[in-house]
Ligand binder design. Structure first.
Ligand SMILES: [Zn+2]
Length: 107
């Protein structure tokens, strides 16, 4: 399988995710420095912090999966299910390029 293009895509995506997660974390920690005196405002800010940290967590999870996929690619294992060792269908890889499991194993 030609993975050059997929690797480039994944590396782009990884950079994007790392930026997004760093940004979300920066915003969240910035807000910790001084909560508004207004109680209602505080509630909104806390809620935003939760959203931001959820975004950061999600981005980190996805980034982790992409890093693992790049490692598997290095080993020539890209597109092979880590569960059963069968080939992952091209349609699934097109939908989720960083998946490491076939549809059956992912369920
Ligand atoms: Zn499988």
């Amino acid at each position: 399988m030609d993975t050059v293009q997929i690797r480039a895509q994944l590396e782009d995506k990884l950079k994007e995710l790392e930026q997004r997660s760093a940004q979300a974390e920066r915003h969240a920690s910035h807000r910790d420095e001084g909560l508004s005196a207004d109680f209602a405002e505080q509630a909104v800010e806390r809620e935003n912090d939760e959203v931001l940290s959820a975004i950061a967590d999600e981005s980190e999870q996805e980034a982790l999966q992409i890093r693992q996929t790049l490692t598997r690619m290095d080993k020539g294992l890209y597109g092979i299910c880590s569960g059963c060792g069968e080939a992952i269908t091209p349609a699934r890889l097109a939908a989720i390029p960083y998946t490491s499991q076939c549809v059956d194993c992912a369920e």
